[in-house]
Design a binder for this molecule. Sequence first.
Ligand code: SF4
Length: 314
Amino acid sequence: MKYSLTKDILKRFECSKIIEIEHYKDVFSRANQDFYLQKQSPKLILAVKQNNLIYKGAEVCEDFGNKYFYYTSIMMNCIYDCEYCYLQGMYTSANIVIFVNIDDYFKEIRELLKKHPVYLCISYDTDLLAFEGLTNYVGRFIEFAKVNRDLTIEIRTKSANFTSIKDLEPQDNVILAWTLSPDGVIEKYEHRTPSLKRRIEAIKNAVDKGWRVRLCFDPILYIKDWREDYKTLVEEVFSIIDGEKIIDVSIGLFRVSKDYLKRMRKQRPNSIVLNYPYDTIEGVCSYDRELGKEMIEYVYSLIKSYVDREKIYI
Ligand code: SF4
């Protein structure tokens, strides 16, 4: 047990049954697992990730104008259970994997930084801030960014757990990015996530402490009364958060690869969100062009009353 995080985590789960495995993929990547069933009581897998620790950013993800856009998955899967989450289509297991060799990630990032600046999203295939009490990974990355100034990191979250990093010094090259949805969407489709009120409180605290904060209205869903619900959301957010203090905003429709959606529908055959008749363009499923345009333009028109247009990414 050469990794200190392994020891720390095992101490937290002294009553748990520990099963040693050869390679995490032997368990995690098996075929014919029931993602949805595992999601009800996910198990924790501690592993060491070898090779390819940093990936090029995907086309479907907003790069916010960064030329050298990368992401990394130091954890796989999430404690939250959003009905529209693409992880259900990407992984065969809902068990949570934590890669304990964070120093190897730092080493690979340092190598990349020798070539050019790096914009790195560290919380795509999980919600890293939600796990901060267990891993301290957000704190470790922030400390790493503090001494590697050509690195910019984005930490995306739905968590209200800002308190876990509140004592750290805000860094110019760290972006805390909160995903926001109308209350009705949170209740119906973002199972186990903090309420909108708690997310807004966390954002307010972060902004007041001087952190650079990004707001992500993404994915926008075509729900009944979507106009009213997104209007209420935007008004509620900016009644508490000063739009001028936000570094930028992203707006995005629900979109997912065709192959993932097929698997997601299998996991949740009764999901209204997943079984909507999406259009497929170049292998990506989303709302048809006209409806999508209408939804984006509408939400954009709401947000531009509070945030400069050049800071809104679509
Ligand atoms: S918070 Fe993000 S990663 Fe977690 S279940 Fe929801 S969509 Fe998936």
